[in-house]
Design a protein around this ligand. Structure first.
Ligand code: ADP
Ligand code: MG
Length: 251
């Protein structure tokens, strides 16, 4: 229970003279949501990019499911069990929900680039992938939209689709960068329910500005300002931290 799936130690990322992420450590546990909050420019997206391997750290170590990720490509890290959503969407709008999820699932296959001949020759592999896609779509609350063209679905549904595409790669660790961005109240509520549903069996890092959602969802909370962690703990501990209130919550 609550097994440690991702551990990042003393991560620093410098862009020239700027330490966008400065000596940050994060632990992500199964069945727990770890929220990261902070003002724009705090380094939240850079931290996400370090964990996913999209950016190499200037220093620090990351261990995913017991293995160090240093020097590995994002694709390799994805196959090691890390799934992420991007703030900028990866959805192919002319394709259906199903086809988008199916393409995402194929990207996870372990044997190098997708080979259509090998793919077609393996009916049981196909069945397994199809089942994985159905499950991801259902978990993301999009079953009724399975055969709808992605570009004709609502903004909220497209964000749900991004989650389904991430789930289809069967990650153990999920990194979600502002999944509620641009959502109205009803859409945000639906996304919060979705995140609670997928919390089980996953370790999740949630970067999010919506404080209602953060305090509803988070088991642990890290507050970043100017690349540094200014507070970390349970939501109750962080909420009562005077420094956090002054620097960020503004209450
Ligand atoms: P957040 O997601 O918390 O808003 P970011 O991680 O996007 O913050 O950015 C943190 C800081 O790093 C900002 O000052 C930003 O301008 C800078 N930054 C981010 N990416 C790069 C980059 N590729 N090159 C140079 N500076 C960057
Ligand atoms: Mg960001």
């Amino acid at each position: 229970m609550n097994e440690l799936l991702l551990s990042a130690r003393n991560l620093t990322k410098r862009f020239g003279g700027l330490a966008a992420v400065n000596d940050v450590s994060v632990d992500l546990h199964r069945d727990r949501i770890h929220a990261v909050i902070g003002p724009n420019g705090a380094g939240k997206s850079t931290l996400t990019n370090l964990l996913s391997g999209d950016l190499p750290p200037s220093s620090g170590r990351i261990t995913l499911n017991g293995n160090e990720t240093a020097g590995k490509s994002p694709e390799r890290i994805s196959r090691m069990g890390l799934g992420r959503s991007y703030q900028k969407t990866n959805i192919f709008l002319p394709f259906t929900v199903w086809d988008n999820v199916r393409l995402a699932a194929q990207s996870r296959e372990r044997h190098g680039p997708w080979n259509p001949l090998r793919w077609l020759s393996s009916a049981s592999a196909m069945t397994a992938v199809n089942r994985r896609c159905e499950r991801a779509i259902e978990l993301a609350g999009l079953k009724a939209r399975t055969h709808t063209v992605a570009g004709t679905t609502s903004h909220g549904e497209q964000r749900q689709l991004e989650i389904a595409m991430t789930l289809a790669t069967e990650p153990t660790v999920l990194l979600l960068d502002e999944p509620l961005a641009g959502m109205g109240h009803a859409e945000a509520e639906r996304m919060v329910e979705l995140l609670l549903r997928i919390k089980k069996d996953h370790a999740m890092m949630l970067v999010e500005h919506d404080m209602d959602a953060v305090f509803t969802l988070a088991d642990r909370l890290t507050v970043m300002v100017n690349g540094q962690v200014i507070a970390s703990g349970t939501p109750a501990e962080v909420r009562s931290d005077a420094g956090v209130q002054a620097a960020y919550l503004g209450e």
